[in-house]
Structures are given as C-alpha cells and as structure tokens.
Design a protein around this ligand. Structure first.
Ligand code: ASP
Length: 442
C-alpha cells in the first residue's frame, strides 16, 4: 500500500502544526510520499508565506527595500526549525536564496521558495529524503505539464529513495527555470505524484473535516460529505464550492486513484472520499439523496422570443454565434417553443449589454428580448437524483413553501444535478432551505 499525502499551508504554519503532521504520517507507514505547501496562516489576520514572497518580489521589482519582508519570511522558518529541534543549516539556505535575488529573478522562482524551504524542514523532521520538484516535475515551454516525463522522473527517483518529501506548487521547464502553478497549486503536485506512482490513495490534508454539503458561511455547521464522485465534485466546484485546485482531479481520475480530503486538526474524522463511483454496499449506507449544494450570484438571463420560432431552422445557432462573437461563455440555454433563454455570468456582459442586444436584434429580428439581472444559480448535486422518483417535486415544494420564486430550472443530461435560478436576494435563503431538505432521509 502506498499513499501520497499532501498538506496545505494551514497544516504547516508553525512548529506545532508540523508536529501534528508528523503524527499523522507516523500513524500509517503507507504514507511515504509527502507533498507540502508553504507555511500558511497561523491565526486569522496572519499572512501566508507565499503572499509575503509575492510582496517581496514586488519590492525587488520596484527597487523598494525588501529586507524587512524577507526577514519576516525567514523568521517563520526559524520558528519551525527551533520548535522541531532541527539541525540543518537553514541560515546558509537563506543566504543562498538572498544571493540569487535581483531585478532579473523571476516571480516564479521567488514564490516557489516557500514550498522549497518547508519541504527541506519537513524532510529532516520525518527522516525522509527531500526531492526538489524542479528535478522531476517538468513543464513544457507552452506552460503545460509534461505528464509522461514527470511520471517517469519521479518513478526513477523513488527506486532509490522510497520515502520522500516533495515541495508542492512548482516544477521546472526543460532548461531548468522554475515554473509555478496558479495559486493553490500544491494540490496539483500531489495529484501528479499520486498518478506517477499509481498509488492506492491520494490524501489531501487540510483544516476542515472534508467537503461540506453546503457553504459553512451560509449554513451553520453543515454536514461533511462522506462520499462524492468525481463527476459530482466537478458540478459542485464549478458552481462555487471551494475545495481543491481545479486541475487536481485530472491526473488522479485518469488513473482511478481515490482522493481523500482529511483534517489535520482532527485526524480521526472520516473526511470526504472522492472516487469515480462507489460499490453497492457503500451506497446503501448513504441515506441522503442530495450530495451537496453550491451556488453563485450575479448571472443574467437573456430571453429571446419570436412567434413560430420553432419553424425557423438555425435560429438558436444564429443567436449563439452572436454570443460567440462577443466572446461570452454560455452557462445554460433553457428553451420553450417560441422562446429560449441564454444564461451568462453578468461579468461577461458588463459594459457591452447594449451592443450585445442590438447585435441580437439585427441578426434575429425577434419579437422581444428581455433581460433579467441579479440572478443566482444554485446546483443541487446528487448521484441518487437520477434513480429516485419525486425529488424534483420535493425541491420545488420546499422552495414554494418558503416563498422563493424560481426563475429558471435545468436538469443536467446525466441527471446528477438540478440547477435552479432565483433572485440574488433569495440566494442564501434558497441554500438554507435546500440544505434542510437534504438532511431529511429519503
Ligand atoms: N503556497 C501556494 C499558495 O499559497 C500554493 C499552495 O499552497 O498550494 O497558493
């Protein structure tokens, strides 16, 4: 059994949290590939090391003194070093990094040092081998990961070093220049390492006990989701659930590797298991027909109506071409016989709505075009929706009883989600009503 375990910044923010991580790793000897983020926030109002490194880069770029911010960063590692009783020469590491800093130093190199230093400290603390991700994770010159090469590199390294700590967030181009992922990218490093070694499990340790059924800023103490499929997770994340970096799923899903979200502060909490699907036995334990609820505000619904539209072949295509010409991504297209609506995120029509409408009028000669703004889209996601009769009825009854007017309804073709549109003012209320409904057993 072999596992990749990735720890986020809040799990590695201080000596104290390093200690929790060590306990977790020592509790299971299959946890032999460790991926770390840079030190995150120790308390609310604290600053992540990666943010400090971005500030440091900006100072260097604009010729402002950067010694203060760099010292602050170094102090974070000094605290971990002292508190974990480590012996490596961290001061020389700092000097080496300082000596590379100039106006020409790339931002990617500077911000990657957060993960680099943390991995060095964690490796000594665990007695594992530090492997610089610049040595195995390869980016092509087009900025995309070279998966085959990266898999091959890591597999080779692990033949010699069976227990490793890898810094997350960055790799290197073939000429050796450091390249980072976008923010939160250590999740992706973990996924690539997991796929490279075809591990039995990718554990992603964070500061919550899994993915919540609904946003905890809206619903008080929501229940963590126990099991979620990759397809459900995609729906939930797309509609706003903040879970993992978006690109995390691809490498593990492709190799069918289960992904577990776990809580560093509560190692015995079950967490959330993400897989392609679950066996019948596991499914029978699941009494909830809704897996999760997520949503986003600020959409616009543009409704185009024309009498006998159904007889005009190509009418919808022409409308969509107009949206394409304006480079506006489309979310949904609910339709009826003589009208259809196009749902878009309002940010894409900001400042161009008049132009868009006049282009639609020119091209389509419709009877009317109506616009509804300040619409929220809410996704009710559940793999059990497809096989259970009457769920849509329950959802709409609950919303009706709570005086929530539904402005749009869509069911995904694979029937794992129902999307409803409501006015922005009803956003939170709708999520709470749906959450309460999801808590009732089938
Ligand atoms: N440290 C980086 C960030 O704050 C990457 C990560 O933590 O995943 O975005």
């Amino acid at each position: 059994m072999l596992k990749v375990v990735k720890f986020g910044g809040s799990s590695l923010a201080s000596g104290e949290t390093f200690n929790k991580v060590k306990k977790i790793i020592e509790a299971d000897n299959s946890r032999r590939i460790v991926v770390v983020s840079a030190p995150g926030k120790r308390f609310s109002g604290d600053t992540k090391v990666t943010d400090l490194l971005y500030i440091c880069h900006a100072h260097i770029k604009y010729n402002a003194p950067f010694d203060d911010v760099l010292s602050k960063i170094e102090d974070r590692y000094r605290e971990i070093h002292a508190s974990c009783g480590l012996s490596q020469d961290i001061e020389t590491e700092f000097l080496k990094i300082r000596s590379t800093l100039s106006k020409k130093t790339s931002v990617d190199y500077i911000v990657s040092r957060g993960e680099y230093l943390n991995a060095k400290l964690m490796a000594e603390y665990l007695g594992y081998t530090f492997v610089d991700s610049a040595e195995w994770l390869v980016f092509n010159y087009n900025g995309k990961v070279d998966f085959d090469k990266s898999y091959e590199n890591l597999a080779k390294i692990m033949e010699t070093y069976p227990k490793v700590v890898l810094p997350g967030f960055y790799g290197a181009t073939p000429d050796g220049n450091i390249k980072t992922f976008s923010r939160g990218g250590s999740d992706i490093t973990g996924a690539i390492a997991a796929a490279a070694m075809n591990v039995d499990m990718y554990e992603n340790w964070t500061d919550v006990s899994g993915i919540m059924t609904a946003d905890p800023r809206i619903v008080e103490n929501p229940r963590p989701i126990e099991n979620v499929t990759f397809a459900e997770l995609r729906e939930l994340s797309y509609m706003g659930a903040e879970v993992l970096h978006e690109e995390t799923v691809f490498p593990v899903r492709q190799k069918n590797i289960p992904l577990f979200i776990k809580n560093t502060n509560d190692m015995n909490a079950r967490g959330t298991l993400i897989m392609e699907g679950f066996d019948e036995d596991e499914e029978s334990k699941n009494v909830h027909f809704i897996t999760g609820i997520s949503g986003k505000k600020n959409y616009s619904i543009i409704t185009i109506a024309k009498n006998r539209m159904n007889e005009e072949i190509g009418y919808v295509r022409k409308a969509l071409e107009v949206f394409e010409n304006f480079q506006i991504p489309i979310e949904h297209i609910p339709s009826s016989i003589d009208s259809f609506s196009v749902v878009v995120a309002s940010k894409h029509t900001e400042g161009i709505m008049h132009e868009l409408i006049s282009a639609l009028n020119d091209r389509l000669k419709p009877d009317s075009i109506d616009i509804a703004n300040e619409i929220s889209l809410i996704a009710i996601v559940g793999r059990k929706l497809a096989s259970n009769v009457g769920i849509a009825g329950k959802i709409f009854t609950a919303l009706g009883e709570n005086d929530i007017n539904i402005r749009m309804i869509e069911q995904g073709a694979d029937e794992i989600n129902i999307i409803i549109g409501v006015d922005d003012i009803n956003f939170k209320k709708t999520i709470r009503v749906l959450y309460n409904l999801s808590e009732v057993d089938e």
